[in-house]
Design a protein around this ligand. Sequence first.
Ligand code: SAH
Length: 374
Amino acid sequence: MQFTPTNSLLGLSFQELTSLVVDSGQPSYRAQQLFDAVYRQRIETLDQISTLPRDYRAQLGEQGWSVGMPVVSRKFVSNDGTVRYLIELADGETVETVWMPEGDDGESGDGSEAGDEMELRGGPAARRRATICVSSQVGCAVNCRFCLTALLGVKRNLAAGEIIGQIAAVLRDQGVQPPIQRVNLVFMGMGEPFLNYENFMKSVTLLVEGVGIPESRMTVSTAGIVPRIQDFGRETVRPKLAISLNASNDTLRSEVMPLNRKWNLSELMAAARAFPLRPRERLTFEYVLLDAVNDAPEHARELAELVRGVRAKINLIALNPGAELPYRTPAQERMQTFQQILIGAGIPTFLRRPRGRDIFAACGQLKRTVEITS
Ligand code: SAH
């Protein structure tokens, strides 16, 4: 009989795995075996679950279950070491996931160096500050005018298993094993994580409990979905929060991020101010610099006023160019002037180094480019 496996084990919680095994008359400890195999060992096929009896593996397959590990369909390697993965999902849709071997400068100064002793024990390969940039949706519904992903529109949300699957596939390809080897996660790839909140949060829990990546090594970035920022503040286990501001006043922000007409800066900043930060934790504000649009010294001063009183740092991102975009990247000097004004106002501000522009892997460039000519 011909069948297509549609049920993915990746994405099931421990409780859901327990129901699955108990419903087939198996002892409940098999749930732990499945959980370990799927999340900790990150096996690719049911056959590889050597702790399970052969018959039960076969039975799972007959019931239509598979591991649900997505397939790396293309891989692009930048001359700065960044790798962009085109990842194919069970229904043929694709998303992109980016591996940055040395993280990026914007992550420095946020206290995330505090795990370094573990890296030393893990040996040379573990000393890297690798970061994986993860997608949360196929395409994106938030129509930011400087972002290439926006041009795709949104196809669908990713399931929790598809979010974790990207990380599992990249860790496998890179031969990296948390928690022995340190890895940071940023939910800053394609899509708006807070418009896929349930699946995103489920993936976080499973990444912490199953894969062994602490939530303190994760950052989620939102375009500013205010009600979900409030929900997120109430979560007991949660990544750090980054908010994409990208403009210093409502007129400008509504122009570059039409979403601002729904949740404006005063609502967004009220949510940011009310956000319960943990000891030593800082909020991150991201600000994409667009030449002659939002990068003047008066914008920097306005931005400093806007974020005053919030325990935050600012990541400035030079626009990553795209032929379809109506904006240009500012000159380096202009960006440094902008940065200095914020630093002068007492706000830790970092100018992020662009990663993987040559392979269209940088922020805002994820639109499934398969032909690289330059
Ligand atoms: N939807 C989420 C996460 C994905 S975008 C969000 O909006 O935050 C991740 C970051 O890339 C955001 O800060 C966004 O403002 C930035 N970005 C988008 N397009 C960009 C571009 N062309 N150049 C530089 N940064 C860009």
